[in-house]
Design a protein around this ligand. Structure first.
Ligand SMILES: [Zn+2]
Length: 150
């Protein structure tokens, strides 16, 4: 069997979507902590994202399928907590394109993902999922979701 390379593994991992935001991959989210290849076996270490958004078995299954026919093991690691800082620049762009404001640590008002205005305010701590809050844009007068910053 051909030997798989790190680059190929990362490329395949980039096809595994987040269960809630299918436009974003687990690579965009910074969930992939480590990839090891030994004797043709791929070992992937993933950092779970929000506690409220587990779907860990779903993700594990998708990763194993994406890496097939190469045998792969998936392990969830907890030595360092995942934070929203791990979301890649491409991931942040994709979040915005999806209509979800990316996490924001600057202390500045969140920019509206629809029109870019910073005239926004939070209307609800809890959106449709625990990871997201509901905001409202005073400029385009649309509600939008924002990922909580962790
Ligand atoms: Zn707006």
């Amino acid at each position: 069997m051909a030997v798989v390379t790190q680059a190929e593994v990362w490329e395949k991992l980039g096809t595994v979507p987040d269960p809630e935001l299918p436009d974003l991959s687990i690579v965009d989210l910074g969930m992939v902590d480590h990839v090891a290849i030994e004797n043709g076996m791929v070992h992937v270490e993933l950092m779970p994202t929000f506690v409220g958004c587990p779907a860990l078995h779903w993700i594990q299954d998708k990763v194993e399928r994406a890496l097939a026919p190469f045998p792969a093991t998936v392990e969830f690691v907890y030595h360092t907590p995942w934070t929203t800082d791990r979301i890649s620049p491409q991931g942040r762009e994709r979040l915005t394109a999806w209509g979800v404001a990316p996490p924001n640590r600057s202390g500045q008002p969140l920019a509206c993902p629809l029109c870019g205005s910073d005239q926004t305010h939070r209307t609800s701590e809890f959106g449709p999922s625990l990871c997201r809050s509901i905001y409202y844009c005073d400029s385009c007068q649309q509600p939008f979701e924002a990922w909580k910053t962790l």
